[in-house]
Design a protein. Sequence first.
Length: 422
Amino acid sequence: MRARARHRSRPDRHQAPRRQAPPLDRRSSRGPHRRGGRADLDPGQRTQHAQSHRRRSPLDGRPPSRTSHDLQRRLLIAQLLTVLQRRGVPIWTRTEVVDLIQEDGRVVGAVMQRDGRRLRVRAGEGVLIASGGFARNGDMRAKHSRDQPNDGQWTLANPGDSGELLQRAIERGAATDLMDEAWWVPALRKPDGTLAMVIQERARPGAIIVDPGGSRYFNEAGSSMEVGQHMYRRQRETGSGVPSWLIIDSRHRSRYLFAMMPPGFTPKKWLTSGAMKRAGTLAGLARDCGIDPDTLTATVERFNRFAVTGNDEDFGRGLSAHDRYMGDPTHASNPCLGPLTKPPFFAVQIFPGDVGTSGGLLCDEHSRVLDVHGDPIPGLYATGNATASVMGRAYPAGGASIGATCVFAYIAGEHAAAQKLR
């Protein structure tokens, strides 16, 4: 099942030409008076110069900030909301969809609970389920998780991601797939008990992930979804993988953000609460974590040899464009590899967290929900995390699930509108 989206772009005829920053005079690239820097610009030019740097594409090796990601999400929602308001589409908040209305096999509306009243809302062209998955539904996850056992205790998904409407569709005969899968992302517990994603921390030089026995078992800089799958596979094969340990040295802690802690500053509560372990030696750190000291020491020594040569002979860390993007672009030879040599050393437990489930209703290329016999259920469409992902058990990049949601919602609307015209 594939979807293709075509788009055309053309330059804005009224767009002013982009102004270029002054060229860098490499003969004087040091000191406060270098050309192209800030020191020899007047105040107006400095502002423009700073803005030109803030507009840089992620392709220049600088990942966009979390603030910019948040702004992009808000802008997308604002644009969609504006379109709905412009077209006079009512938006009901604090409204629960209780059930689907089905007549002669066709879904023709939904039962809703709003302001203490139960309402039957008819939808002549069809119903589109875009209610998300079931990441917060412990019973559903325990039932469907199979060899990736999970009851939602490590999810970072929206609190309302509870899957009731998905269950109603299943009761109406809808087929499902990939119900054991999720958008995995390794997570740690902060001192207050809340979860935080572990993304670039694990890909930067001076960091490794080991199982409870003290051995590396995958490429730490790989995609977040693959990390979760590796953890569960390790657990199945050896009985030891969930949770695992992220180990870093002081050089890593002094240079990089860690769970939003600024470089070089580790609040005391992280250590006193036990959320983070710290020790002057690898053997001491291993004992604090319940890891065999000899195994962890041997693992780090082997990894350090790879880091010196810039070649991870075990798992190829730093070879792919994805890995390098997640690493430190200023680090020589390999942006993802650096030895763990500087004490004290730190460790945190990591779990196969997720930002939502990626399995659900099985749909065709028109976003129509299929029944257990493979036939479309008339009038019922679905998109997003309520469906079995069109990408299967992979996650190409951050935002991929949102992109697929928008594409298949559009396809559903086009198909429903076409049926009305017939």
